[in-house]
Design a protein around this ligand. Structure first.
Ligand code: GLU
Ligand code: MG
Length: 450
């Protein structure tokens, strides 16, 4: 199923690669990087390059949070390039890319490394006889600064519009060519609903591979957009008066009998295991939201009736239900679940690690499936419909109390991520919604544009 690459040094050299960008994603969702020449790649794979653990105490504006438990000058980690993740990035200019994982100098994996967490949870699923594939939809806006410094749309045309595709055809052509050159397995591209907004979706794959692709795709999008003199904002809410950018997450789970969400006796063909999966994920969703929507700005997006699905309910093909069941498609892809309470500022390794931990928990308990939700929960006069966390503070509290994720992440990663969320909350607590949006609107450019 997975198409993990294992490019040899010779193959990279034959493609004209001269240097490799090794990235890892910190608690704030930022991709940090060290670059090595091809001749030192093997060393970067075997021994790694140095990186201070303090980088997880960076806030989303790049400032080191003084109250964070990792804010200390001592210690060093080795960032090792994972050879299985190697891929070309911009071959014309000699660039390749690899995902990095941080190890202790003693040779043990670093317990708070986000990608290692994702790998570890995959191995646990495997050992339980389960497999999971996931795919993201990535939305972003193409913008430039207006006279007041806020993002301004630069490509005209309507929602899902062929007019926008034609207005931006040079951009779209360059982008899709660059994604292909970087071996990103995209399956669909379209102009999205919001002004100058686009979306790319990815094939369902094993979690590590999916997270790697998402990071590489984001770098390629940022790069191509800059070639046109514009900026790509992946902020959850680039402007208060625009719809948000989502990073919807689709996933399906198999056991020895096959896919859990189809070919069973339950509603829509659900197997009992599929019902337990939905019920368990639904119950655990508030804590997952802290990882999926990790900024105060995320909650300006996560509001009713905007297809970000902030209600803690499930529904068959219901785009306002936090868990949307999508039956087997005409193209025979497996029935799967979609969580929309995810935005592109999430660290995909942390999120997919946590998702896998919750799936394991969901399948080890007998929970009964709650009634499904039809229609928009916001328009139903039943006030008992639970909302997902409505602020980062609420989501952080849910994560703090979550025993499953505490256990799966381990105390250092769980605590250090909670510290990072506290830093984001603290940083924005006296800002108006408009100021909060302004603080994050050029993300992933940390600190905004100069
Ligand atoms: N832009 C919407 C969001 O914030 C999603 C639109 C859609 O693809 O359904 O998630
Ligand atoms: Mg979309």
């Amino acid at each position: 199923m997975s198409t993990e690459h294992d490019l040899s040094l010779d193959a990279l050299s034959a493609k004209g690669v001269r240097q490799i960008a090794i990235t890892w994603d910190n608690n704030a969702g930022e991709s940090l990087v060290k670059v090595v020449p091809l001749r030192r790649l093997q060393l970067a794979i075997d021994v790694g390059v140095g990186f201070s653990p303090i980088s997880d105490a960076f806030r989303s504006d790049g400032i080191i949070d003084p109250a964070h438990r990792l804010t200390r000058p001592d210690g060093d980690l080795r960032l090792k390039a994972d050879p299985k993740s190697l891929a070309v990035l911009e071959p014309d200019k000699g660039w390749a890319w690899a995902a990095g994982e941080r190890w202790n100098r003693s040779g043990e994996p670093y317990g708070a490394d986000q990608r290692h967490f994702c790998r570890r949870m995959g191995e646990k699923l495997d050992a339980a006889g389960l497999s999971l594939t996931a795919g993201f939809e990535l939305e972003w806006v193409v913008v430039s600064p207006d006279s007041d410094g806020s993002p301004k749309a630069v490509i005209s045309g309507g929602p899902y519009g062929a007019d926008r595709l034609i207005e931006g055809l040079d951009y779209a052509s360059a982008l899709l060519e660059a994604l292909d050159a970087a071996d990103v397995d995209w399956i669909q591209f379209h102009p999205e609903y919001g002004p100058s907004q686009f979306e790319l979706s990815f094939a369902a794959e094993a979690p590590l591979h999916v997270a790697d692709q998402l990071i590489r795709a984001r770098l390629v999008i940022q790069r191509v957009t800059r070639r046109f003199g514009w900026y790509s904002s992946f902020s959850a809410k680039p402007r208060l008066d625009w719809v948000g950018n989502g990073g919807h997450l689709h996933f399906s789970v198999w056991d020895a009998q096959g896919p859990l969400l189809q070919d069973g006796p339950g509603a829509y063909g659900l197997r009992p295991e599929g019902e337990a999966l939905i019920a368990g994920m639904l119950e655990q969703l508030p804590a997952l939201v802290a990882l999926a929507s990790p900024s105060p700005v995320s909650y300006l997006r996560l509001v009713p009736s905007s297809w970000s699905a902030p209600f803690q309910v499930w529904g068959m093909e219901n785009r306002e239900a936090a868990i949307r069941l999508i039956p087997t498609a005409v193209d025979q892809s497996a029935a799967h679940l979609e969580i929309k309470a995810v935005d592109p500022t999430a660290n995909p390794y942390l999120l997919l690690g946590a998702l896998q931990a919750q799936v394991l928990d969901a399948l080890s308990h007998q929970r009964s499936l709650p009634a499904e939700q039809t229609g928009d929960p916001a328009l139903v006069s039943d006030h008992n419909i639970a909302r997902l966390p409505a602020s980062l503070d609420e989501a952080r509290m849910a994560l703090e109390q979550d025993v499953v994720l505490h256990e799966a992440m381990g105390p250092l990663m769980h605590g250090s991520f909670l510290d990072s969320l506290a830093a984001e909350i603290h940083r924005m607590e006296h800002f108006s919604a408009e100021q909060q949006v302004g603080e994050r609107c050029w993300w992933p450019i940390v600190g905004g544009i100069v």
